[in-house]
Design a protein around this ligand. Structure first.
Ligand code: AMP
Ligand code: FE
Ligand code: FE
Ligand code: ZN
Length: 276
């Protein structure tokens, strides 16, 4: 039986299940605890927490912040209390980027306005929402195709976002009362010395953990990350990065092809760290 999933997106950002739906699904599959880690916001937490009370599931407040360190690096923050202005400001940059993307699409004659998207999708809108529109308009076959041909880096409707630097991101999570964790470390395609350098740099600014288990990671890959975490005295976390139908291949709690299994004990350590 799977126990926990500490990396989940809802409709508060670019997931397709509402926070309450995520909790209901987690309850159906018997999970004991989940963390809501929407991009740049904790606004989905209140609804998830309340649904968690109804279903008897522990719900942890979290966030995922995009930063840059050569490549795009994501930092998870757990037990966030109050977002400092730096993090709250990220949503404004996102909005400005999104307005440009919507304008590019409208200039091509597509029936897209950012105002309508805000009304339909809410406050934190990302490229998957543009992908969804492209699929609905019959221009893209699926989300992978939408990224490959339209919204992925270098494509017609790609506009970069200004991200906050990695040091400030980690510090902002600490200042928000949260525990910063390096997300999905293999996504950055770093060599072992490069990954260690990244970890050490983040630790200088308050990093407390590494996401060791993640959708698609092999037992060998996770084992390597767990040994790294232990060597640095960092916490271990794990989660699926569930986005609902925006990443249909990823299942809540169990990842891709059931590869994921995260022990409840890791959450206990994380909770202890947050209370210190
Ligand atoms: P944004 O933060 O708005 O630039 O959008 C980035 C988001 O797009 C990521 O958080 C992922 O959820 C999603 N994403 C990136 N690449 C892909 C892809 N190839 N297929 C589906 N979703 C993707
Ligand atoms: Fe996402
Ligand atoms: Fe991420
Ligand atoms: Zn994520």
């Amino acid at each position: 039986m799977r126990e926990i999933d500490l990396h989940i997106h809802t409709t508060a950002s670019d997931g397709t299940d509402s926070p309450a739906e995520v909790v209901r699904r987690a309850s159906e599959m018997g999970l004991r605890a989940i963390a809501i880690t929407d991009h740049d916001t904790v606004s989905g937490y209140a609804e998830a927490f309340s649904a968690g009370l109804d279903h008897g599931i522990e719900v942890v407040p979290g966030i995922e912040v995009s930063t840059k360190y050569g490549v795009a690096v994501h930092i998870l923050g757990y037990y966030i209390e109050n977002l400092v202005p730096l993090l709250a400001g990220v949503v404004n940059d996102r909005d400005r980027r999104n307005e440009k993307v919507a304008a590019l699409m409208a200039a091509d004659g597509l029936p897209v306005t950012y105002a309508a998207m805000k009304q339909r999708f809410g406050t934190v809108i990302g490229r998957p929402h543009f992908g969804e529109l492209l699929i609905e308009l019959g221009l893209a076959a699926d989300m992978t195709d939408a990224f490959a041909r339209f919204v992925g880096k270098g494509q017609r409707y790609y506009v970069p976002r200004t991200t906050i630097d990695i040091d400030s991101s980690v510090e902002a999570i600490v200042a928000s009362g949260g525990v910063p964790v390096l997300a999905h470390p293999f996504q950055y395609k770093k060599t072992d010395p490069e990954l260690r350098e990244l970890i050490e740099r983040c630790m200088d600014h308050g990093l407390r953990g590494i996401e060791c288990r993640y959708s698609g990671y092999t037992p060998e890959q996770s084992g390597y990350l767990e040994r790294l975490a232990e060597a640095y005295g960092l916490l271990k976390t794990g989660g699926s990065d569930y986005h609902g139908s925006h990443k249909a291949q990823i299942a809540l709690g169990s990842g891709i092809d059931g590869n994921l299994d995260v022990p409840y004990e890791w959450l206990e350590r994380l909770r202890e760290a947050a209370s210190q």
